[in-house]
Design a protein around this ligand. Structure first.
Ligand SMILES: [Zn+2]
Length: 428
């Protein structure tokens, strides 16, 4: 067995939420936890010492476009429609190799920030699958589908093939959900086709819904329905839905999201930066909507830092509503970990207890801003930085130890992306 010993543990297990000085035991053959509790004197194995660190369940980024690291900083301080037109012009020139290396860089950034799984909507997803398989992370691949483009039916067939090839691969670490981009890029008839495909394949869908006020107004003008109503009336909610943004969801739409069991990916950083608005997350939670957190792509955030997303989700709603009791730290931690894992379909990830996957991170407590530790959830949400992450484990395998990445050549990834970004954009 492998034992991580001497750390404090925030388990997110209601029965046993906090262990002051404990250890986690991993069965490497199954990748699961076999013991989480106080240090035992008599048990031996491969021991990794983790004194002055806190273990917590791995962070899950419920909405991103990993390869967009290539357009980080390329088109900033623009509203969504203007931003999209600049970004789409670059994306049209991207090669599968660009996407592979953009994804590699994103994986390095995510692992460094304690992220163990992500929902990724993009193109040429077999290259994303390959990068994730090599790096040892988890992913819900969402092949992007743009129904307005010529050849959209063929792209849907390719997405179906991706699902047949990769769904459940790498001991279940790789899942596939279809990625109809949004109702403004996928006409109703196409949304219906995607819903049928997903139902046939037994997978869910991942879609952008009601991100901006203008998107809702345009949709009402064109179809007499909001984006959420369009998605619902064309059958998308008959399969598991991961809906990014939902910033402009109305009360009746919030009830619909709750009734249908949809997951909402809340991307506060991206919504703030693109000036899209602030999603009614406290209202959604109080009405029973399931919520996870995401960064969105590095082109609109401009990082993949889930510690920053926790901080924003925990603080911005308090400020907007003038109510400091909203979005307490333990809740926000659960949204960023357990809820995200469920949203992506990883049912045995997100709690540190025996039988669950050994997916966790170690955060250094030996930092001026982490002392004292009256409440570890408070320290982790309000004080910690992603740079404090010191170790990351997925299915019991260390992907980072003592601050070093073990499965990714990050020097090469940085050099490749810097060169490829120059070639694609003509910018230095
Ligand atoms: Zn997005």
């Amino acid at each position: 067995v492998r034992i991580v010993r001497g750390c404090s543990i925030v388990t997110l297990d209601d029965q046993n939420p906090f262990i002051p000085e404990g250890e986690l035991e991993i069965d490497p053959s199954t990748g699961t936890l076999t013991y989480v509790g106080p240090i035992r004197q008599d048990v031996r194995g491969e021991v990794i010492l983790a004194k002055d660190k806190v273990a917590m369940p791995g962070l899950v980024n419920a909405h991103t476009h990993a390869a967009m690291t290539i357009v980080r900083g390329y088109a900033d301080d623009l509203n969504l429609q203007d931003w999209l037109s600049q970004i789409w012009a670059v994306e049209a020139r991207m090669s599968p190799e660009d996407i592979y290396w953009g994804t590699q860089l994103a994986l390095a950034e995510m692992i460094r920030g304690g992220t163990i799984a992500f929902a990724d909507m993009y193109f040429h997803m077999e290259h994303v699958a390959r990068a994730v398989a090599d790096a040892g992370m988890r992913v819900a691949l969402s092949p992007g589908l743009l129904g307005i483009l010529p050849g959209a039916d063929k792209v849907l067939q390719e997405a179906e093939a991706l699902a047949r090839d990769w769904h459940g691969a790498e001991a279940g670490r790789i899942r596939v959900i279809l990625g109809p981009h949004a109702p403004y890029t996928c006409p109703p008839e196409y949304l219906r086709k995607v819903a049928h495909s997903a139902a046939r394949l037994g997978v869910g869908v991942h879609i952008h819904l009601s991100e901006t006020r203008r998107e809702v107004e345009d949709s009402l003008k064109q179809y007499g329905k909001t984006p959420i109503e369009l998605a619902h009336s064309n059958g998308l909610f008959q399969v598991p839905v991961l809906a990014a943004h939902c910033v402009h969801a109305t009360d009746s739409e919030i009830d619909l999201l709750a009734e249908t069991g949809a997951w909402v990916a809340h991307n506060m950083g991206s919504n703030l930066k693109l000036g899209s608005g602030i999603a009614p997350i406290p209202r959604m939670l109080s009405r029973g909507v399931r919520v996870a957190l995401g960064t969105d792509g590095a082109g609109s955030n401009n990082n993949l830092d889930m510690f920053e997303e926790m901080y924003l989700a925990a603080t911005v709603h308090k400020g907007v509503h003038e109510d400091a009791t909203l979005m307490p730290a333990p809740l926000v931690m659960a949204l960023a970990t357990r809820a995200g894992a469920q949203a992506l379909g990883f049912e045995d990830v997100g709690i540190l207890k025996p039988g669950y996957q050994a997916d966790f991170l170690l955060v250094s407590l030996k930092r001026p801003h982490m002392v004292p530790a009256h409440s570890l959830p408070s320290n982790l949400v309000y004080s910690a930085r992603s740079a404090d992450v010191d170790g990351v484990f997925v299915a019991g395998r260390p992907l980072m130890l003592n601050g070093s990445l073990l499965t990714i050549d990050e020097e090469r990834a940085m050099a490749e992306v810097a060169a490829r970004a120059r070639n694609l954009t003509g910018k230095d």
